[in-house]
Design a protein around this ligand. Structure first.
Ligand code: ARG
Length: 267
């Protein structure tokens, strides 16, 4: 990183691209940078769905932790803003940036062509893999066996749900064979209670959930590989540039990796 930061801090709704300067005092001296406004002056609102360990989860005292939360915190600090975490449904977390309720959406969000049509994404900061969780003694022991599953559970609106509920011609299992749950944790609970045969979810939360219960396993063949990125309103390039620069700095100075290492132990 070259030490360039872009500052927010004006009142009003999110900046359309090319919008003009926030408060003079917030401008870094000697740097000519595009500026942006945030939903709330001095704050960076992050919409998320805090049911997704180790990226975002709710602690016993009701606060938020996880990789996304800490990285967003570090980005906010670089931008001279105070992070506000807004917890909501996963689909709502994506919509919030599109409707100007939040500045960034950070929720282990996979970049997809469909989502890129309605929002803009930062550079990718992590790789996710969709995996399959079954009971250890399940007749489903390979990805091919999934075609025999009566019911697969996924978190609603996630890529896991989108792929799994697609038609068999498109590599899915059909809507009739997929149940959408409010969270991955609820889908896993349904699996534990024998209400469904398998759960399709991202690999890191899968590991966390499998550790919580006896008798669950992750099938060895990974299903689909994906990239996670931070979402902003479509066209908000000033904020996006600032986020990408802040992220570059956090990667260069080791902060980013230190946060990841805190939550994910290398295998
Ligand atoms: N990576 C998947 C997706 O983008 C799942 C993300 C779910 N995130 C969450 N915080 N619940 O669809």
């Amino acid at each position: 990183g070259c030490g360039t930061t872009t500052t927010g801090g004006d009142t009003g709704s999110p900046a359309p691209s090319g919008s003009t300067a926030p408060s003079e005092s917030a401008q870094p001296s000697g740097e000519q940078t595009a500026s942006f406004t945030t939903v709330e002056e001095g704050k960076l609102h992050m919409s998320t769905n805090a049911t997704f360990p180790p990226y975002e989860m709710t602690t016993d005292d009701g606060s938020f932790e996880g990789i996304d939360v800490e990285v967003a915190q570090a980005i906010a600090e670089k931008l001279g803003l105070e992070l506000v975490v807004d917890d909501m449904g996963f689909d709502a977390a994506l919509t919030a940036v599109q409707t100007g309720q939040s500045d960034i959406a950070m929720a282990g969000i996979t970049v997809t062509d469909e989502r890129e049509e309605v929002m803009d994404f930062s550079e990718s900061y992590a790789t996710g893999v969709q995996v399959v969780i079954v009971k250890e003694d399940s007749p489903i022991q390979t990805i091919d066996d999934l075609a025999n599953a009566d019911m697969i559970g996924c978190q609603a609106a996630t890529t896991g749900y989108i792929y799994a509920s697609d038609t068999p011609e498109n590599g899915g299992y059909g809507e009739d064979h997929v149940t959408a749950y409010d969270s991955g944790a609820l889908a896993v609970m349904a699996l534990v209670n024998d209400q469904i045969d398998a759960v399709i979810i991202d690999n890191e939360p899968a590991k966390a959930f499998v550790e919580q219960y006896e008798g669950l396993k992750i099938l060895e063949t990974p299903w689909v590989e994906e990239e996670y990125a931070i979402g902003v309103a479509k066209g908000n390039t000033a904020l996006l540039d600032a986020i990408n620069s802040a992220m570059d700095e956090l990667k260069a100075d080791g902060t980013f990796q230190a946060i990841v290492d805190k939550y994910i132990t290398a295998e």
